[in-house]
Design a protein around this ligand. Structure first.
Ligand code: ADP
Length: 312
C-alpha cells in the first residue's frame, strides 16, 4: 500500500508533500568577524499550499532562516528542500520558477522603472532573448494592480518610499508566479490599508492557487490572524512551532520576548489578540484599573487582566 500523500492538492491536481523542509539545519556566518552559530539544528516542514509565519526577537535568526531557504546562504549542517530542490545548488533560473523572495529592504541599484522591475519577475519564465509576451505583461499588470502600484509604473523604483518599494517588490514576486513565496517582514513599512490588502491577497493566493507563503513577521496579531502555522525562534533555535494558538501564548511570549502581554481572543475574528503590557502594569492595574476597564468595555469575558503563567 502506498503511503498517504500529504499536502494540499494543487489546482493542476498534483499533490506535493512539503513546499519547504528543513532537516537539522545549522548555520554560522563566517564573514564580517561574526562568530558563533546563528541557526542551530532547525527542523521544520511547510505543507504545500499552507502558510507559515516566522516570529522571534531581533537577532533570533528569522532572516537567516529565510535566506537559507532562498539559497542565498548555504547550511553548514542539515538539509534544505524548497519545492523539492536544494536551493543552494539548484540552477538559479529553475529555482526562480518555483521560489520567489521579497527581501526586507528591496533595492535595485539601477534607475529601472517600477514596471521594468516588476516585469523582471517574468525573466525565469521567458526563454532565451524572447521579449515579454502579452501574457507576461498581463501577469505583471495584474500583480501591480493587486499591490496598488499601477499608478507608480513609470517611477524609478529606487526613488519610491519604503512602503511603495515593498509593494512593488511583492508585485514582482507575484509576477514570478512561484509555488513558494518567501517574504521578510513585507508589511513593515505599509499603512494599515495596504497591510490588510497584502495579507488578504497572500491568503487568497494560498487558498485559491495553492501558493505556499512563508513570511518573517514582527506583528504577532497579523501572524495569528493570517497564518495557519507559526514558528517561534529564540537564539537561532526553533522554540515552538504549531498553530497560532499553540505558539503565541502568554507563557511563550513572556519567555522568548521577555515581555508581558495580554492574550485574548478577538470576538469578531475568533483569532488571537496580543497586546503588550507596559512595565509595571500590575501596580497600575491595582491602583487605577485602566486596563481592566478597557478590556471589559471591549466586550470580552475577561476575569482578570493578568494572564495565568501557564497561559492559554
Ligand atoms: P533576525 O532576522 O531574527 O533579526 P538575523 O537572522 O538577521 O536575525 O540575524 C541572526 C544573527 O546573525 C544576529 O546575531 C545577526 O547579527 C547575525 N548576522 C546576520 N547577518 C549577518 C552577516 N551578514 N554577517 C554576520 N552576522 C550576521
Amino acid at each position: 500500500m502506498s503511503a498517504p500523500v500529504q499536502g494540499k492538492v494543487r489546482p493542476g491536481g498534483v499533490a506535493e508533500a512539503a513546499a519547504l523542509r528543513f532537516t537539522g539545519v545549522s548555520f554560522a556566518y563566517r564573514a564580517n568577524g561574526s562568530a558563533g552559530q546563528r541557526l542551530t539544528d532547525v527542523s521544520l516542514e511547510v505543507e504545500a499550499g499552507s502558510s507559515l509565519a516566522i516570529i522571534g526577537p531581533n537577532g533570533s535568526g528569522k532572516t537567516t532562516l529565510l535566506r537559507l531557504a532562498a539559497g542565498e546562504l548555504v547550511a553548514d549542517q542539515g538539509r534544505i528542500e524548497a519545492c523539492g530542490l536544494d536551493p543552494s545548488s539548484s540552477v538559479r533560473r529553475l529555482l526562480a520558477r518555483r521560489v520567489a523572495v521579497v527581501s526586507a529592504q528591496p533595492l535595485v541599484g539601477f534607475p529601472y522603472s517600477v514596471e521594468e522591475v516588476v516585469l523582471m519577475g517574468r525573466a525565469p519564465h521567458v526563454e532565451g532573448f524572447r521579449l515579454e509576451s502579452d501574457y507576461d505583461l498581463d501577469v505583471a499588470r495584474s500583480a501591480m494592480e493587486a499591490m496598488d502600484v499601477l499608478a507608480l509604473a513609470e517611477r524609478i523604483f529606487d526613488s519610491l518610499s519604503s512602503g511603495e518599494k515593498q509593494r512593488a517588490a511583492v508585485a514582482r514576486a507575484l509576477t514570478q508566479q512561484p509555488d513558494l513565496l518567501l517574504l521578510d517582514e513585507p508589511g513593515a513599512f505599509l499603512d494599515i490599508k495596504h497591510q490588510v490588502a497584502l495579507y488578504d491577497l497572500l491568503r487568497r493566493r494560498s487558498l485559491e492557487d495553492g501558493l505556499t507563503v512563508v513570511s518573517v513577521l514582527h506583528d504577532l496579531n497579523l501572524a495569528a490572524l493570517y497564518f495557519e502555522r507559526v514558528a517561534l525562534l529564540r537564539g537561532g533555535r526553533l522554540f515552538a512551532c504549531g498553530t497560532p494558538s499553540e505558539v503565541i501564548t502568554y507563557a511563550n511570549v513572556r519567555e522568548v520576548y521577555e515581555t508581558d502581554v495580554y492574550v485574548d481572543r478577538n470576538h469578531l475574528t475568533g483569532q488571537l489578540n496580543v497586546l503588550p503590557l507596559p512595565l509595571g502594569w500590575t501596580s497600575q492595574a491595582e491602583g487605577a484599573p485602566t486596563l481592566q476597564r478597557e478590556t471589559r468595555s471591549a466586550g470580552s469575558n475577561v476575569k482578570s487582566t493578568r494572564m495565568p503563567p501557564e497561559g492559554n
